[in-house]
Write a protein that binds this ligand. Structure first.
Ligand SMILES: NC(=O)c1ccc[n+]([C@@H]2O[C@H](COP(=O)([O-])OP(=O)(O)OC[C@H]3O[C@@H](n4cnc5c(N)ncnc54)[C@H](O)[C@@H]3O)[C@@H](O)[C@H]2O)c1
Length: 367
């Protein structure tokens, strides 16, 4: 088991990563300063597969935890579920000293963290992420929230967890497509910050997808380290944290143009990274060797859902909406070379337009 200390302002909290983190949750969290039994918030799927291991360990450490089970899926990350969670917390007689364990993927982490941030003006919470995406990304950084009819994640808060506990063996039950979606986030972090992590992935991508314990532990720990350093430098997303949006501009537009049905978010970001590398190459900014290393790695993970039939007009109008959000210019994170990203809002609209049209027509092939 490895421990990393995440330091955000004057707050430091431990991140435990390893293949025995769940059975040791009781001991690890006692050492972090908790004493009463927590309220575990999870969904039915995660509860069914991994609930027993977590509850046994928490029971040994703290006595029997309360539990609140929510529905499985993004569509449950809403106000109705949030109210149900708050009601459950009142029923469990939670007070200002109580603490929450968010046990699940990014959906559970976001809504349970937000419930903790808002209950009695904020109580403590611990993240126990169970998807690769959550372990490397959403559980770290303190962004919590819900979706509203006006858009995704538009109601939320910054609320840092007291600890994050990532058990890499729970990922064995994760569908392969979810593993892949998380791995694209890993590739993104490597591309913007760490050539060694990218080189490691080039050698070990198969091992990671086949749950080789050392490879997986290394990848989760390193990506979490990168994400936590970026968040520590810029908790409120003023500048550096925006680099994490590499692949997001065109990725979001692809998601919107397909009504959020065709791609998992990570898959759309993967296509978005390929596109951003293409834009960078055309602008003469991106190092060609570095581009092709990243593109090749992305395509080794799994077969991405195709871009067939996606309407250029819909992608373009989604990009225009994005542009409005950033006062007039399409803003993209481009890559000079691995580890050297750059935020650009001076991309010539006619060039971008031509590029996106060709990118869609060529099914995502650059060249
Ligand atoms: N807060 C942040 O900084 C941040 C960052 C990125 C994404 N997010 C949010 O994260 C969410 C996506 O998270 P996600 O990709 O983890 O999706 P998810 O939480 O929906 O989990 C994916 C699926 O896997 C199941 N699952 C979870 N753990 C499992 C396991 N160990 N074995 C088998 N099945 C398991 C879940 O029940 C679900 O069906 C989105 O709502 C997104 O907005 C937040």
């Amino acid at each position: 088991l490895k421990t990393l200390v995440v330091q955000i302002r004057d707050n430091a909290y431990p991140l435990f990563v390893g293949d025995r983190a769940l059975p040791e949750a009781g001991v690890l969290l006692s050492s972090t300063g908790f004493s009463s039994a927590p309220i575990v918030i999870t969904n039915e799927t995660v509860m069914r597969i991994h609930g027993r291991a977590l509850f046994r360990s928490l029971r040994e450490g703290f006595g029997t935890p309360s539990r609140i089970i929510i529905g499985d899926g993004e569509r449950f990350k809403n106000r109705a579920t949030l109210s149900r969670i708050h009601d459950g917390m009142f029923e469990a007689r939670a007070d200002r000293h109580s603490w929450v364990v968010a046990f699940g993927g990014g959906v559970v982490g976001d809504i349970a963290g937000f419930a903790a941030a808002t209950y009695m003006r904020g109580i403590r919470f611990v993240n126990v992420p169970t998807t690769l995406l959550a372990q490397v990304d959403s559980a770290i950084g303190g962004k919590v929230g819900i979706n509203v009819p006006q858009g995704k994640n538009l109601v939320g808060a910054f609320h840092q967890p007291q600890a994050v506990l990532s058990d890499t063996t729970v990922l064995r039950s994760l569908p392969q497509r979810e593993m892949a979606a998380g791995l694209y986030e890993v590739i993104k972090c490597a591309a913007i910050r760490s050539e060694p992590l990218l080189a490691f992935l080039e050698n070990s991508v198969t091992g990671v997808l086949e749950h080789e314990p050392c490879a997986l532990e290394h990848v989760v720990l390193e990506t979490a380290r990168i994400k936590s350093l970026i968040v520590a430098a810029d908790e409120r997303e003023k500048d550096i944290r925006m680099l994490l949006n590499f692949g997001h501009t065109i990725g979001h537009a692809l998601e919107a143009a397909t009504s959020y049905r065709r791609f998992k978010h990570g898959e759309a970001v993967a296509w978005g990274m390929v596109a951003a590398l293409g834009v960078g190459a055309e602008a003469g900014l991106s190092e060609p060797d570095h581009c092709s290393r990243i593109v090749d790695l992305i395509h080794r993970v799994e077969r991405l859902p195709s871009l067939n039939g996606i309407s250029f007009d819909r992608v373009w109008s989604a990009l225009q909406r994005d542009k409005k959000a950033y006062s007039g210019a399409v803003r993209m994170v481009l890559l000079r070379s691995i580890g050297e990203p750059e935020i650009r809002s001076d991309i010539e609209p006619s060039c971008l337009r031509r590029f996106v049209r060709r990118f869609l027509a060529n099914g995502g092939r650059l060249g």
